[in-house]
Write a protein that binds this ligand. Structure first.
Ligand code: ZN
Length: 182
């Protein structure tokens, strides 16, 4: 995706996200209220108190094809178990008891926070286009940390790990142009 193309679509995406979050605001509750036992060993209290969850039957995805991004149609139709916009994530109700899924979406909450919305979306779209969903850099990071969460008992600070992985990603030139901006 060219920088110019991203600039054109970004306001549409940002507007859609704002609307979607407003629409679900009354159903959003803090992750901390769900009472998961292990998450507090990986995320600080402030994150768990401020990040919000919305349970849905189908996670909302922006109308990418209608926005002129027909090449992301597969992603648009994926029917994922969860998805994250800013500090709020949506989880399919049938998977709402999976602590591991909440862990994964919280990685994205941290990524959104560290990158800011514009860089997050630019990096996400670029990764999706170049590597596909599962291998896009931000998803790879979330899936590999999730695997550690599932397989290892030893807790770690997700925020600290994300910060250093993100630095590495940028220094390896794996990022789209907007990340190199001012
Ligand atoms: Zn993900």
């Amino acid at each position: 995706m060219t920088d110019q193309e991203f600039r054109a679509v970004y306001p549409l995406l940002a507007g859609w996200i704002q609307e979607t979050l407003a629409e679900h605001a009354s159903a959003a509750r803090p992750v901390a209220s769900l009472g998961f036992r292990r998450l507090p060993r990986y995320y600080d209290e402030k994150t768990l108190a401020s990040a919000k969850v919305v349970l849905v039957t189908k996670v909302p995805v922006p109308p990418l094809s209608a926005m002129g991004l027909g090449r992301f149609a597969d992603f648009e139709q994926m029917d994922a178990g969860g998805t994250t916009y800013l500090d709020t994530y949506f989880v399919r109700a049938d998977q709402s008891h999976s602590e591991s899924l909440h862990f994964h979406e919280l990685v994205h909450v941290i990524q959104w926070r560290l990158l800011g919305p514009e860089k997050f979306l630019a990096l996400y779209a670029d990764g999706l286009e170049r590597f596909g969903y599962r291998k896009s850099p931000l998803e790879r990071m979330a899936f590999s940390l999730q695997k550690r969460f599932e397989r290892e008992a030893q807790p770690f600070s997700v925020e600290a790990v994300c910060q250093s992985l993100m630095r590495e990603m940028v220094s390896h030139g794996d990022s789209p142009a907007p990340l190199d901006g001012p």
